[in-house]
Structure formats: structure tokens, C-alpha cells
Design a protein around this ligand. Structure first.
Ligand code: APR
Length: 238
């Protein structure tokens, strides 16, 4: 940890699993309950918008009842203490659309796949904070048109904040991946990018991910245990 100043942390559904939020590809996960083509593509939204709006209404309502777990809390602590040090930077890049990182107190978070508690208007293209259902086709708070969609990145769409994320990856001394299967690009390619740019790489996951071979170190177990242990280690030795 001696020469580590810039840390990039990628999180996936596994970090929110112990908060009671379904992951996507586990047994009984979201993609076993719903067809990706129907609920997570622009084509699916065009074909059956009611089905898609209900799907995200269900997920948004569920997330509002969940709480951050010790893994979210530990990352918020690391964000606070690490970022307070001179010339030290940390960025949490999450694939998750829940807001548990922020509710735990993390400040430096990029949602590359969007956010459930945000509405995107397809008329004025503006975003608005949103906690209510969308399937009754409410008006956009900014332009008044009934053209809202979930502010979530669907398959085939461009993830958000990619320039800033690659900018951080280029400067990273340490890249850590938590609770992701490594099944979806571009996030699944970050470890390789970071490694080829000379960063140390660490995976914290319940089981080996598809990109495990790229990590310098893999620790297997539940995030609520592994993440607080790792954060204590980082803050102790650096
Ligand atoms: N602690 C740590 N890891 C866990 C835990 C846990 N308690 N529970 C599950 N995991 C791990 C699983 O072993 C798996 O590797 O989290 C990973 C979850 O994988 P996915 O369900 O594929 O979720 P994710 O990697 O976030 O999916 C990526 O795919 O469906 C799209 O846009 C969606 O952002 C999502 C992207």
C-alpha cells in the first residue's frame, strides 16, 4: 500500500445482496424471473412500456425499504478518511442502480448504469429525482410532458460517466472489484485496463468471477465480512 494514492472501487449487485436486493445471475436472481430482452432493452421498452415501467416501479419500491449493510458502511468510511488525506483520491464506480452507497455516506460515487431514484424525460432529456411509480405515466417535473422512463442504462445503451471513469482508471494505483460476476462489459474490462496500466488489483467476491484470472489477489466470501476487514487493513497500514 506504500505507493497507493488513487483507488478505484468497482461494485456490483453482490455488495447489496446482504441488504436484501436480488442479484441478477444467482439462482432465482432477477434474470431468472424476467427476460432481459423484455425489461432491460430499448426495444423491450418500445414493445411493452407498461411491463418495463412496472418492473422498475417494483424495484424502486423495494430499494426504498432496504438499508446499507456493513460493506456499504465500510466503503463510506474509507471514502471519507482516504479522500481527506492530501493527494489521495478514491472513486466508487457502481453498476448498481440502488442508492445504498450514498445512504451509507459515500460521496465519490458514479452510477455507470444509472439510478432507480431518478427519472429521465425522453422529451426534454432532463433528469429529475424520482421515488414514485412511473407506470401511471406522470408528467415530467421539468417540461410537463408525459414521457418519463427509468434513468437506467439498458443493454445496447452507452453507460454513464465513461470519460471520467477511464480518466480515474488511468491514474489508479489500486483497482478493487466487489460483488460482481464480471459478465457485463465495459465494467468487466476495467480490471484488465487497470492492470495493464500498472495498478494493483484485488477482487472481493462470494465466488470467483469471470475475470478472476486478471486479479493479482482474490478473496472469497460475503462482502459484509470481507469489505470491513479490507478497509481496516488499508487504513491501518497506509
Ligand atoms: N458478497 C459478495 N459477493 C456476492 C454476494 C455477497 N453477499 N452475493 C453475491 N455475490 C457475487 C456473486 O458471486 C456474483 O459474482 O456478486 C456477483 C453478482 O453478479 P451479477 O448478479 O451478475 O451482478 P452484476 O455483476 O452486478 O451484474 C452486472 O449486469 O444485469 C446487468 O446492468 C446489470 O449492473 C448489472 C450488470
Amino acid at each position: 500500500m506504500d505507493n497507493v494514492r488513487n483507488i478505484v472501487i468497482l461494485t456490483g449487485a453482490g455488495i447489496s445482496a446482504e441488504s436484501g436486493i436480488d442479484t441478477f445471475r444467482s439462482d432465482g436472481g432477477l434474470w431468472e424471473q424476467h427476460r432481459i430482452e423484455d425489461v432491460a432493452t430499448p426495444e423491450g421498452f418500445a414493445r411493452d412500456p407498461d411491463l418495463v415501467l412496472r418492473f422498475y416501479d417494483m424495484r424502486r419500491e423495494a430499494v426504498l425499504t432496504k438499508q446499507p449493510n456493513p460493506a456499504h458502511d465500510a466503503l463510506a468510511k474509507l471514502d471519507r478518511e482516504w479522500s481527506a488525506r492530501p493527494n489521495h483520491n478514491l472513486l466508487i464506480v457502481t453498476q448498481n442502480v440502488d442508492d445504498l452507497h450514498e445512504r451509507a455516506g459515500a460521496a465519490h460515487v458514479h452510477h455507470m448504469h444509472g439510478e432507480l431514484r431518478s427519472a429521465l424525460c425522453t422529451a426534454c432529456m432532463k433528469r429529475s429525482p424520482w421515488d414514485a411509480p412511473m407506470s401511471d405515466r406522470p408528467a415530467c417535473p421539468q417540461c410537463g410532458v408525459n414521457a418519463l422512463r427509468p434513468d437506467v442504462v439498458w443493454f445496447g445503451e452507452m453507460p454513464y460517466h465513461m470519460d471520467r471513469i477511464y480518466g480515474f482508471l488511468r491514474r489508479a494505483d489500486l483497482f478493487v472489484s466487489i460483488g460482481t460476476s464480471g459478465a457485463v462489459y465495459p465494467a468487466a474490462g476495467f480490471v484488465r485496463d487497470a492492470r495493464e496500466l500498472g495498478a494493483q488489483t484485488l477482487e472481493l467476491n462470494l465466488e470467483r468471477s469471470e475475470g478472476s484470472a486478471w486479479f493479482g489477489e482474490s478473496r472469497l466470501g460475503p462482502a459484509s465480512k470481507l469489505v470491513p476487514q479490507w478497509v481496516d487493513e488499508v487504513l491501518r497500514v497506509s
